[in-house]
Every structure is written in structure tokens, then in C-alpha cells.
Ligand binder design. Sequence first.
Ligand code: NDP
Length: 297
Amino acid sequence: MKHTVTLRNGVQVPALGLGTWFLGENKAARAREMESLRTGISAGMTLIDTAEMYGNGKAESLIKEVISDKKRDDLFLVSKVLPNNAGKHRLEQALDNSMKRMGVEYLDLYLYHWRGNYPLEETVAELERVKKAGKIKEWGVSNFDIDDMEELWQIPEGRNCLVNQVLYHTGSRGIEYSLLPWMREHDVALMSYCPLAQAGTLRRGILNNPVLKEIAKKYNATVEQVMLAWNIRDGHTIAIPRSGRAEHTLLNAQADQIQLTEEDYNAIDQAYPPPTRKEYLDTVSYTHLRAHETRSN
Ligand code: NDP
């Protein structure tokens, strides 16, 4: 893959990885979804993002099958701990369960999925402990806004946080106002989730936007590919699109080949202007989305 991101620890990862939310949940789709992830890995999307939450571990189990014949070192595996499991006496067990489901002995990155009720110090201490035990190489957070990051930075070991995974796509640019500049300043990489604005409500007509359609036409590409090329444009961002279809995953990997120009960026800024004030951190509503995806499957 042409576009890579070098993390603060010097590790280089592909700028386009594989999302897995909703994968592994439907038996009839299993073979197709496995084929999709395998196609992505072969095309250089060797970073795989998952979570204990996804299908209550079913996405992690699917990954186990997908990677069974792959060299562990060639992959960069990311999973996430639920807020309810992010305390003393629970986090390590949750991690062990995730690793067992995935059939691996370590994770490259373990993320705190979103902030819950445990004191941040306690979660950080646990993450550091499992890191020292060699079960994870690094840890990071997800759905943290700038005030959460600042709080994290008050905890000395909190500064070991490598990545913040948040919602970011062409139609949702709120983080560009202050969170993203803060992350750049502190060398915390952005992992963009929902880079394709997910199916349904989040997309809000984005796929039919004439500006994006015009740019896509120019590169003989799809609007989704343009959205991905745009997402990873700064060299510090990893986007993790999810698809259960090999043909879509291949297109997503090929978005790596599209080099947008200043003219394209300006046109996108006109259609989807960057924020001019602080906006609330955009997140997915899990309950709502669950219901939506169930309807559309
Ligand atoms: P995405 O923005 O990646 O969109 C996924 C949807 O886009 C699916 O319906 C998929 O359908 C479709 N799609 C994918 N590729 C193409 C293509 N080339 N052409 C047309 N349609 C396409 O949504 P996600 O919410 O899945 O986000 C990506 C990943 O981010 C997740 O899977 C998960 O790993 C992570 N995530 C993390 C969150 C967090 O709180 N930390 C929250 C949400 C997501 P099809 O399968 O038919 O291709």
C-alpha cells in the first residue's frame, strides 16, 4: 500500500485498514465476509479493527478464521475494551477473551472503546499493566473529545496513548476545529471510523453529492473511493472502512492510488466546509444503528 502512517512508536501501518463491525454475525454471509477480509489483507489492508462489542465477540471469532494461515507479524490487530470492562480485575480478562477469540497471543493495539464510569487513572493503570505483561504492544482510546484528551494528559502514563479512534468522514468534519490539531500537536494518530459515513442515515445523501460525483468521475473512481482518499490525505490518518463484499473491499484498497489535487480539496471544502467553531464530537448511536442494519440485511 502506497499510503502508510508512521505511529509515534515508529511502527508503520497501512493508511487503509479493515473495519469489522457487523461482520461475523450472519451465518449465511460468513463465507462472503471472510473472502472480503482476505481480499483486503492481500491488497495490503493488514490492519484489522475489531472490538469485543461487535456481535458479542463474533467479529473477533471471524477474524480468527480469516488470519489462521497468515503470519501474525504481518498483521496489525486492534481490538477494544467495553467501558464496563475497563476497570481493575476486569480489563485483563476481557483482553484475554478477545485474544482467545482471535486466536492470538498479543494485540498490536488495544483501545478503550468509549469513556465509562471507571476513573481514567484506573483504566490507564490496567492498560499499562497488560502492556508490560506483553499482551498488548500499545494502547489508545476511542470517542475521546479534546477535554477527555486533556484529562488523559494530566495522568503521566496517559501520555502513552498512541491513537484516538473517532468518527470522521467528508460529511462530518467537526474534529478539524480543535481535537485534530491537538492530536497533531501531541502526536496522537487519528483512526477514522465510519469513513464511508456508514450505510443509511449517516450518509445523508453524501453519495449523491454532485461535487463528489464529479471528482469521482475524473478519477474513474467511486464516491466512496474519493471519500477514503480524502480521509487519509494528511499522512497521519488511518481509515478503517468496513465491507462484507470482496469487490467493495478491493475498491477501498485501490482508493490508495487516488491522489487528489488542491483543486479537488477546495471543491470538497465548498461542498462540505470545515468547522468554524467547536462542535460536539460526532459518534454513532449504537442502538439506532443496530436496528437499522438489522432492517437492511
Ligand atoms: P463505514 O463508514 O465503513 O461504512 C460501512 C458501509 O459501507 C457498509 O454498509 C458497507 O456495505 C458499505 N461499503 C463499504 N465499502 C463500500 C464500497 N466500496 N462501495 C459501496 N459501499 C461500501 O462504517 P462502519 O461503521 O463499519 O465504520 C468502519 C469501522 O470503524 C467499523 O467496522 C469498526 O471497525 C469501526 N467503528 C468504530 C467505532 C468506535 O466507536 N470506535 C464506531 C463505528 C465504527 P457492504 O458490506 O455491502 O460493502
